[in-house]
Design a protein around this ligand. Structure first.
Ligand code: ATP
Ligand code: MG
Length: 751
């Protein structure tokens, strides 16, 4: 048309403009990654405001994360200038649900200052419900009940609506009753959980047509990003609100539906056209994010899924760099290689902010965090606490700290009743009183409390038992290796058992983290040295605000983009994750493949995939097979940099062979290394990284140290330095930063 386009419309392609300018009636934008869906949605808000179709407060926009909401607010402010009087209702389902529920709290039997329970609070409340009903918590854990209730709430099923078929086996089918009791308790506490933030408004809207009509007048335009990941409750909530104006615009990509395990229903996309007849469906096919090789690889991979709507994607940028696949001997080498690559990118002038490492499981982060601290690379962890800050890791560390320094009161207090040993507040208060009065550490005070006769028999026995344990563990500090001791402590304290009995969705991940913790202790001389290292890691800032590499899970990376993306741990069992295969078969595998598609399509310029041939899973070294997803990448768009020989012939593996020129390129030190490792005794071989092993082999065969005076070496804790003196296998090293130290040569590696 001849109409001059507003500045904010410039640069949009015709389909995007169609999505922006079709303001009346339902619109569904269904398009692949990086096609500008979010950009179109944001511009649409600008367009509504600029054309005066609505005030900001008459727009409701839903994003998947708070971070996305913040970014969208910034983008809108930039598009419309500072003029926006007030802002749209823009946020996650939870945040908007809260805002609405606060306005009508009394209709939900709440007072407006109600509290929102987090997952821990929710579990504690469910435990009370179970206790009140005399249900054996060992047999029927509260976390499992929480999972069940969340599942019902995701599907918008109230306690009275659970069908017999859905009731489940929990407590012999009593799940729905317990659900009802839980809801009663919530009301008494003037509290809600996350699920209620949408379910209560849905009920209020249904029971109070006048209130719903009010919202229909208010929300002239509704916009939803990442629509493929909405669950049934979210869908019903949206549909109720949209019945007024019918001006609802949803954007999504069925290939990026990755929250099925949390109740998301990709069918909501298919339902859209049925529920909103006459909807305009727009497809975007130009990808502005990723260079050609990257996009071709992602498209080829996702084509292996059967249950998809299917779409074409045209790259708009250059063909760019091929996707790389790099095999490492083990996860430690993988982390070292990636850190090296990042340093070299940095030296070439790339900002760390433009680089991300995406992992499948959070336990994988630890190795990167340690390596980055050692070499001094700034990083931030998104979507979860950093490894050493996780609750289960802090608990475990508290045990170790008590053993090394019995005067560590904070540590003792943290774990004296974790797992639950039947020590009530009164027992702990008594210990505190004694400690204060006699000015002694809490653990010493606990000994006195046990002998004082002031404790009831049960807590007395429990406390005595813990103290006896600590005495035994301390005595063993110098007798066995600190990793063995760590395992014994986690085992005998009942801490590992606590998580094993726990049937919640995240328990398995926590157990993985605990195993990873023990594994991370390997490189240190003793427990005290390890704890010192941890406190150093904890001390470094999160890198917020400054230039830093981002480390996050694939799930958290949705919607984001980076110039360079490292995709780590592409191994069978890790990615695709074993749990997803065991529990949901082909559907699970397809969701994992969508996750791989999300991962690759985060990259603008460089996608670098890696896998390790050896990784500890659940604390056991396992020889892993490269992920089947590697076989599904198109050969002509991928460069295979290095692939260890381990799996080419010896493991009879073929799928990935076609892609990898192993035979010629890998008759190299790495191959010999693999051979040497297999010949050596297991425990010794696997305890340390490969480079150290090479050093040891040399040392044994020549009878002298592998590190003559003057050699430049690297030590996990002390960093870089020069060997100043050699005495058998003992080295005196002048470290650049840490000064002179005496260490065993098996703890260093060549720099
Ligand atoms: P995802 O599915 O991953 O959420 P998306 O479809 O939401 O992706 P956007 O994040 O909106 O895609 O856009 C991807 C990138 O392409 C962004 O950097 C965006 O600024 C850019 N982009 C979008 N549309 C255009 C366009 N018409 N011209 C140039 N660049 C564009
Ligand atoms: Mg997006």
């Amino acid at each position: 048309g001849a109409r001059p386009a507003a500045a904010y419309l410039e640069g949009l392609n015709p389909e995007q403009r169609h999505a922006v300018e079709t303001l009346d009636g339902p619109v569904l934008v269904l398009a692949g990654a990086g096609t500008g869906k979010t950009r179109a949605l944001t511009t649409r808000i600008a367009h509504i405001l600029a054309t005066g179709k609505a005030h900001p407060s008459q727009i409701l926009a839903v994003t998947f994360t708070n971070k996305a909401a913040r970014e969208m607010k910034e983008r809108i402010a930039a598009l419309v200038g500072g003029v926006a009087e007030g802002m749209p209702w823009l946020g996650t389902f939870h945040s908007i649900g809260t805002k609405i529920l606060r306005r009508h709290a009394e209709l939900a039997g709440l007072k407006s200052g109600f509290t929102i329970l987090d997952t821990d609070d929710q579990i504690r409340l469910l435990k009370q419900v179970l206790q009140a009903e005399n249900i054996d918590e060992k047999r029927w854990p509260a976390r499992q009940l929480a999972h069940l209730i969340d599942g019902w709430k995701n599907r918008a099923i109230g306690p009275d609506k659970v069908s017999a078929a859905d009731a489940g086996l929990f407590a012999n089918g009593r799940g729905p009753d317990l659900y009802a009791l839980y809801q009663e308790r919530l009301k008494i506490l003037n509290a809600t959980d996350f699920g209620d933030l949408l379910l209560e408004p849905i009920r209020i809207f249904r029971e109070n047509p006048d209130i719903l009509a009010d919202y229909h007048r208010r929300f002239r335009y509704i916009l939803v990003d990442e629509y493929q990941d909405t669950n049934v409750a979210q869908y019903l909530w949206l549909r109720l609100l949209a019945q007024g104006s019918h001006n609802i615009c949803c954007v999504g990509d069925d290939d990026q539906s990755i929250y099925g395990w949390r109740g998301a229903e990709v069918d909501n996309i298919l339902r859209f056209e049925k529920d909103f007849p006459g909807a305009t469906v727009i497809r975007l096919e130009r990808n502005y994010r990723s260079d050609g090789h990257i996009l071709a690889s992602a498209s080829h991979l996702i084509a292996h899924n059967e249950g998809r709507l299917g779409k074409t994607l045209q790259p708009q940028g250059d063909i760019g760099e091929k996707v790389t696949v790099n095999g490492a001997w083990d996860s430690g080498e993988e982390a070292r290689t990636i850190a090296d690559e990042i340093e070299s990118l940095q030296n070439k002038g790339h900002a760390l902010n433009d680089i991300a490492i995406l992992v499948r499981a959070s336990f994988q982060m630890r190795e990167f965090e340690d390596r980055f601290v050692t070499v001094g690379l700034n990083y931030r962890v998104i979507g979860g606490p950093r490894f050493y800050e996780r609750a289960e890791i802090r608990d475990a560390l508290a045990y170790f700290r008590c053993v090394v320094s019995p005067a560590d009161d904070l540590a003792f207090e943290r774990i004296v009743n974790t797992p639950k040993r039947g020590l009530g507040d009164a027992s702990i208060a008594l210990c505190h009183a004694i400690a204060r009065a006699q000015k002694i550490p809490l653990m010493a005070a606990a000994h006195i409390a046990v002998d004082s006769g002031e404790l009831k028999p049960k807590p007395r026995a429990a406390l005595k038992d813990v103290l006896d344990h600590f005495a035994r563990w301390s005595a063993r500090l110098d007798q066995i290796t600190h990793t063995e001791l760590a395992e014994i402590i986690l085992d005998e304290s009942g801490y590992t058992e606590m998580w094993k009995r726990d049937r919640s969705a995240d328990a398995a991940g926590r157990l993985e983290n605990l195993k990873e913790l023990v594994r991370s202790m390997d490189g240190f001389e003793n427990m005290a040295g390890f704890l010192e290292h941890v406190s150093l890691v904890m001390d470094t800032e999160g890198g917020a605000g400054s230039d830093a590499v981002t480390i996050m899970t694939l799930h958290a990376a949705k919607g984001l983009e980076f110039d360079t993306v490292f995709l780590s741990g592409w191994e069978e069992g890790l990615f695709p994750h074993q749990r997803s295969l065991d529990e949901s078969g082909r559907a699970g595998l397809e969701e994992e493949r969508r996750l791989a598609y999300v991962g690759i399509t985060r990259a603008r310029k460089r996608a670098k995939i890696s896998f390790a041939s050896n990784r500890r899973i659940h604390g056991m070294w396992q020889t892993s097979i490269p992920s089947r997803f590697l076989d599904e990448l198109p050969e002509e768009h991928v460069d295979v940099l290095e692939a260890p020989a381990t799996f080419s012939s010896s493991y009879g593996r073929s799928r990935f062979d076609g892609l990898a020129p192993f035979s010629s390129s890998y008759a190299t030190p790495g191959w010999q290394r693999a051979q040497a490792n297999r010949a050596a005794p297991q425990a010794e071989t696997f305890r340390r990284g490969p480079r150290v092993i090479e050093g040891e082999l040399v040392a044994k065969s020549t009878g002298t140290s592998a590190y003559p005076v003057g050699t430049r070496i690297f030590h996990q804790k002390f960093g870089y330095g020069h060997v100043a003196m050699v005495e058998g296998n003992k080295l005196t090293v002048d470290f650049d930063k840490a000064g002179q130290k005496h260490i065993l040569d098996s703890f260093v590696e060549p720099a």
